[in-house]
Every structure is written in structure tokens, then in C-alpha cells.
Write a protein that binds this ligand. Structure first.
Ligand SMILES: CCCCC/C=C/C(=O)SCCNC(=O)CCNC(=O)[C@H](O)C(C)(C)COP(=O)(O)OP(=O)(O)OC[C@H]1O[C@@H](n2cnc3c(N)ncnc32)[C@H](O)[C@@H]1OP(=O)(O)O
Length: 358
């Protein structure tokens, strides 16, 4: 059911009675309020030294073209979630306090036996920089050893992730472009290996569109929940590139070779419903209730006996591990060559000079 203007006004009054929810939530509330009342952000970006207004602008701008009604609904849902959590437990720490330090491109939190790794470059659609790949690997390694039962990867803002940050290609070392391609292939291989080897249930909470490597690695997750706003796009041929993340093996296995070829060779973009029908996504939720429904479900799952879940995952996945590592190595080797091709260089230059988007 859509939130009415009255629900929205009542949420606006309720929010004033809440305990300080922390800066991150306040920014989310601000952005949703602006989007619900004024629509997409169209004011000039504040200067870099105007930190507070820039953070507010970034949060609002990250909502992109989210419709006003959806923003209104999300605002009402967020306030209702905050009210019930502050009613049910006065000991809940604000998110800012639970946040693990040391990450610049992620927000990593652990609560209710769930470690949540949130990609946090909303203004860049959570494009993955070299730093983000490295931080995700660190966060996964830490989560594999912490006392959480399950681990979640998600995105902040309107995108899940727009995939590899194409400006990674501009940072050429003095040794030249071949060396860049070589180190990129090593990074890719190490990154995907972390997903292959991750020992606990790994869940993707796909909050919006997903592109490139953020889609291909989904075949290595145990469960994928998606908002109905999410789309799944692997435009490798358009970019002069080739599949990674073990998708050359997992996608044909999940959806059959014909459907996999449409995605991986021809770059067909799937809606969340299509991705679910093809087995890449576990379940799709309406965007207005996505966060509430998914987190309620995950909190229930996180209470299951953790060792049993870990062992079940091993039984399901272990016999494939060796094969997946070999496929990852081969895909990384092929991509290393592709990155040196004219097709790839031209596609990246076209994006970076704003001549082409997906
Ligand atoms: C080392 C491991 C390598 C692994 C190999 C991985 C391969 C892949 O992942 S291939 C996929 C690569 N991704 C793309 O080609 C996406 C490129 N982005 C786009 O086409 C568009 O940005 C969009 C469709 C994702 C969103 O379009 P729109 O809603 O119009 O938003 P903007 O384009 O204005 O984006 C806002 C802001 O974010 C920057 N940005 C978005 N995605 C990327 C990206 N992948 N790389 C670099 N930058 C990205 C975009 O440039 C805008 O920046 P500003 O202009 O500074 O605001």
C-alpha cells in the first residue's frame, strides 16, 4: 500500500520525537524528504569545503530519478523502522557507533549476528575502485572470522553498483599499460577468489541497478534478494571485454547456455523479475518495502545455528571450489589481454569523455 500525504506528515512529526538516529540515517531522511517534496536534486553542487551541505547534496543526488511517491513511502518506512527499533530496545546503538572503522569506500557494520558490507560511493553509483576491491576483500576476510552467522553485501543510494570504476583504467604506472593490465588481472583474481572461498552464508541485497562485476559475482552468493527497481546488466562486448566473476561457468549453469549467452555476449539487461525467473535472483520485493522485508527475513535466518549453516554451505559448494578457482584464473587471463585491445580502450575512452553511457 502506498503511503498517503497524511502518513508522510505523521512521519514528519514522529521523526522529531526520535532519539538522535546518527548522521547516516539523518542524511537518508534528509535526502528522502527532499526527493519526496521537490523531486530529483537539481541544485548546484556545494564546494568541497562546504562539508555538511555537500554531504546533504550527495545524499539527495544519489537518489537519482527515484519517483516522489516512492521517496515518500521510503521515508515513512524508514521512520516506522526507527520508531519500532527505538521502542523495542533502548540499548540499540546508533549505526554510527556500530560502524567498523578503517574503511573509506564501505560502511561495515555488525549487528544481530549479521555483518553488513555496504558499498558507499553513492554519487558514483558505487562504482568499484581499486581501493573498494581491496576493502571488500579485507571486509570479507574479517567477516569470515568474526562471530556473525551471515554476511550481506549491499549498496548505498539508488544503485547496487555500476561495476568496475572505468577511471581505474586511467591510472597507468610508469612501467606501462601491460603492467597495468597484469596488476588488474591479479586484483580481479584475488577479489573473486575471496567470494569462492567465503565460508559463511553470503547474501546479496540488491537495492538497485547492478552492472558488470557486481552482477557476475552473484553466481557465487548463496542468496540474492532484489528490489523490483534492480536491473542486471553485463555489457562486456559493448566494452570490448569478456565475462569474469566465474560467470562464464555459473551463468550457463544457473540459467542455461542460451539465456547466459544473451546476457554475457549480447549484454541483454534483465529486470529483477526476469533475473528471478532465470534463477539468478532468489526473490524480488517491492522497492517500498524492500529493506524492511529483507532485513526482517535476514534477522530470522541469522538466529539459525551458525555451524549448521556453514557446514551446509560447505556441502553445497565445496566440490565446485577447485573448478571455480581454475575458471577464475582463466577468465582473468583472458581479460588481461582484452584490456590491451583497441575495442576496450575505445569503449573506456568514450565513457570517460562522456561520449557514451550504457
Ligand atoms: C580489476 C577488476 C576489473 C573487473 C572487470 C569488471 C568489469 C565491469 O564491471 S564492466 C562494467 C563497467 N561499468 C560501466 O560500464 C558503467 C558505466 N556507467 C554508466 O554507464 C552510467 O554511469 C550508469 C548507466 C551506470 C548510470 O548513468 P546515470 O544514472 O546517468 O548516472 P551518471 O552516469 O551521471 O553517474 C553518476 C556519476 O557516477 C560516475 N560513474 C558511474 N558509473 C561509473 C563507472 N562504472 N566508472 C566510473 N564512473 C562511474 C559517472 O561518471 C558520474 O560521475 P560524475 O560525472 O563525476 O558525477
Amino acid at each position: 500500500m502506498r503511503a498517503s500525504q497524511k502518513d508522510f506528515e505523521s512521519a514528519l512529526s514522529q521523526v522529531k520525537l526520535l532519539k538522535d538516529p546518527g548522521n547516516e540515517v539523518k542524511l537518508k531522511l534528509y535526502a528522502l524528504y527532499k526527493q519526496a517534496t521537490e523531486g530529483p536534486c537539481n541544485t548546484p553542487k556545494p564546494g568541497v569545503f562546504d562539508l555538511i551541505n555537500k554531504a546533504k547534496w550527495d545524499a539527495w543526488n544519489a537518489l537519482g530519478s527515484l519517483p516522489k511517491e516512492t521517496a515518500r513511502q521510503n521515508y515513512v518506512d524508514l521512520v516506522s523502522g526507527l520508531s519500532s527499533s527505538s521502542d523495542s530496545s533502548s540499548q540499540v546503538k546508533p549505526e554510527a557507533d556500530r560502524k567498523q572503522p578503517g574503511y573509506e569506500t564501505l560502511v561495515v557494520t555488525s549487528e544481530d549476528s549479521i555483518t553488513k558490507i555496504m558499498m558507499n560511493r553513492p554519487a558514483k553509483k558505487n562504482a568499484m575502485t581499486t581501493q573498494m576491491y581491496n576493502e571488500i576483500m579485507l571486509a570479507l576476510k574479517a567477516a569470515s572470522k568474526d562471530d556473525s552467522a551471515i554476511t550481506v553485501l549491499t549498496g548505498n543510494g539508488d544503485y547496487y553498483s555500476s561495476g568496475n570504476d572505468l577511471s581505474n583504467f586511467t591510472d597507468i604506472p610508469p612501467e606501462g599499460i601491460e603492467e597495468k593490465a597484469k596488476s588488474g588481472a591479479i586484483l580481479l583474481r584475488d577479489f573473486v577468489d575471496c567470494f569462492i572461498d567465503f565460508p559463511k552464508p553470503l547474501i546479496a541485497v540488491v537495492n538497485g541497478p547492478a552492472v558488470g562485476i557486481s552482477v557476475t559475482i552473484l553466481g557465487l552468493f548463496d542468496t540474492v534478494y532484489a528490489s523490483n527497481r534492480a536491473t542486471f546488466h553485463t555489457p562486456f562486448s559493448h566494452l570490448g571485454q569478456s565475462p569474469e566473476g566465474c560467470s562464464s561457468y555459473t551463468f550457463p549453469k544457473i540459467m542455461g547456455p542460451a539465456k547466459a549467452a544473451e546476457m554475457l555476449i549480447f549484454g541483454k539487461k534483465l529486470t529483477a523479475a526476469e533475473a528471478c525467473a532465470q534463477g539468478l535472483v532468489t526473490e524480488v520485493f517491492p522497492d517500498s518495502t524492500f529493506q524492511k522485508e529483507v532485513w526482517t527475513r535476514l534477522k530470522a535466518y541469522s538466529k539459525l545455528p551458525p555451524n549448521a549453516m556453514r557446514i551446509s554451505k560447505q556441502v553445497i559448494r565445496n566440490r565446485e571450489k577447485e573448478k571455480l578457482h581454475a575458471i577464475n584464473a582463466e577468465e582473468s587471463r583472458v581479460l588481461q589481454e582484452r584490456w590491451l585491445s583497441d575495442e576496450c580502450t575505445n569503449a573506456v575512452m568514450n565513457f570517460l569523455t562522456r561520449k557514451a553511457k550504457l
